[in-house]
Each structure stands twice: as structure tokens, then as C-alpha cells.
Design a protein around this ligand. Structure first.
Ligand SMILES: NC(=O)c1ccc[n+]([C@@H]2O[C@H](COP(=O)([O-])OP(=O)(O)OC[C@H]3O[C@@H](n4cnc5c(N)ncnc54)[C@H](OP(=O)(O)O)[C@@H]3O)[C@@H](O)[C@H]2O)c1
Length: 221
């Protein structure tokens, strides 16, 4: 199989990140799979290796600056990064005043700050060699305010606006920036949010994508 170079996938321990990890490995990428749960990313990695793929794992908390710095350090040690998939994310839902501020701030750290910092640290080398890609996972909720999903929707509005702006700025650089806006997909995301019908299932297939307004929409299978 042709070597497609290193891809970094955050949130690779389940849901869409595990699906991206498997799909990219199948396409010939060496994958650095990042998430908090060492045990769950090891399971994904074992599956990838069984199918002949090449994967390394890194168990870090992307809500912490140290965790994000560990990914940047590992990326430098690996060499050229062809693709960064900023997929890790978490959602809160319900009345704003009933949310745990700590959990909502954690979501801002992971959904916004980690995505920004990884992009900021990894893109310059891509631009220098005029090749690479960033895939940011926003959401259908990125397009307007969503009461009772107020903070989550606001984090995803950042991801979409950031991705669209960066895509334009880098249009002649050889680096592609693509933002995916999935609709509801049965993963672990809603396991603890109580959204009816979405809790419980933790696996997903890669969604099919369609382009609209410079962003990609995903419809889940
Ligand atoms: N499911 C949907 O309907 C839907 C719709 C639109 C957008 N999205 C977005 O799609 C992306 C993937 O979510 P998913 O649906 O696949 O949910 P998921 O199954 O819950 O996966 C989320 C991933 O993020 C990782 N993660 C969470 N907090 C982390 C932290 N502090 N540090 C490192 N990794 C962390 C989790 O791993 P650990 O727990 O092991 O750390 C897990 O691998 C998210 O950005 C989500 O917002 C999902």
C-alpha cells in the first residue's frame, strides 16, 4: 500500500475518531491516535494493526495545556504531518444555569482551545512544505444559536468560522482546510446528556460528506 504519511486524529478512542482512524489507516496513512482513554485507543489500535495498518497511540487530556503540548511534541518527533483531524469534542446540554461550569469550560478547552492550538502549531510546517490538510469537526449546530445547547453550539460556531476563515487564508498555500458539520450521529457523545434515542450506542461508520457553503455536511449511516 502507498505510504500516505502521518495523520493525527484526536478523539480516536471511539465514535467518529475511531472511524477516521480506521479509514485513514486503510488508505495508507500512519496514524497517531489521541484520546484520554489509553485502554480504548489501544483497542482501536489493535484493530487497525490486525488489518495491516500502522498506528501509534497517545493518551492525553486535551482539556489541559500539558496534554495539547504532548501532542505537539509527538508530532514534531514524528516528522511531516500530512493530515490533522481535530475531532475530539464533548457536549453539554440543558439549561445553562444547571450546567456544571467546570464541565462547560472543559468543553471549551477541548472543542475550541485544543483545536486552535494544534492547528496553530502544526500548520506552519505544512505551509513551509506546501502540502497538508486540516479536517475540523464542527457540527450542524454551528450555524445558529441553540438554546439548551448554548455553550456546545457556541464552541462549534467557533470551529466553523475558524475553519472557513483559515481555508480562505490558506487557499494558495497547498494546505487544505475542510470543516465537517455532522448531523446527529449515534456515538458516545450523548451517552451522558440524556438526549432521547441517542444514548448508549458508541460505534459509527464514517459519514458521507457533501459540500455546502465552503463546509462539508455529513449524513450519518
Ligand atoms: N455524534 C454527533 O451527533 C455529533 C454531531 C456533530 C458533531 N459531532 C462532533 O464529532 C466529534 C466526535 O464526537 P463523537 O460523536 O464521535 O463522540 P464520542 O464518541 O464521544 O467521541 C469523542 C472523542 O473525543 C475524545 N475526548 C473527549 N474529551 C477529551 C479530552 N479531554 N481529551 C482528549 N480526548 C477527548 C473522547 O475520548 P476519551 O473519552 O477517551 O478522551 C472520544 O474519543 C466531536 O467534536 C463532536 O462534537 C458529533
Amino acid at each position: 500500500m502507498r505510504d500516505m504519511g502521518w495523520a493525527i486524529v484526536t478523539g480516536a478512542s471511539g465514535g467518529m475518531g475511531a472511524a477516521f482512524t480506521r479509514a485513514l489507516a486503510q488508505r495508507g496513512h500512519r496514524v497517531l491516535a489521541v484520546a484520554r482513554s489509553a485502554e480504548r485507543i489501544a483497542r482501536v489500535a489493535a484493530d487497525v494493526k490486525k488489518n495491516g495498518g500502522l498506528v501509534e497511540t497517545l493518551a492525553v487530556d486535551l482539556a489541559s495545556a500539558a496534554g495539547v503540548a504532548a501532542v505537539v511534541d509527538r508530532a514534531r518527533a514524528l516528522g511531516d504531518i500530512e493530515l490533522l483531524v481535530n475531532n475530539a469534542g464533548l457536549s453539554t446540554s440543558g439549561h445553562f444555569l444547571q450546567q456544571s461550569p467546570e464541565r462547560e469550560i472543559e468543553s471549551i478547552h477541548v472543542n475550541v482551545e485544543a483545536l486552535y492550538t494544534l492547528t496553530r502549531r502544526i500548520v506552519p510546517a505544512m505551509v513551509a512544505r506546501k502540502h497538508g490538510g486540516i479536517l475540523n469537526i464542527a457540527s450542524i449546530v454551528a450555524f445558529q444559536a441553540i438554546p439548551y445547547w448554548t455553550t456546545y453550539a457556541a464552541t462549534k460556531a467557533f470551529v466553523l468560522a475558524f475553519g472557513e476563515g483559515l481555508s480562505y487564508e490558506l487557499r494558495d498555500s497547498g494546505v487544505r482546510v475542510v470543516t465537517v458539520c455532522p448531523g446527529f450521529t449515534r456515538t458516545g457523545l450523548y451517552a451522558d446528556t440524556g438526549v432521547p434515542g441517542l444514548a448508549g450506542r458508541k460505534s459509527c461508520a464514517l459519514p458521507s460528506l457533501r459540500m455546502t457553503r465552503g463546509a462539508w455536511f455529513a449524513s450519518s449511516g
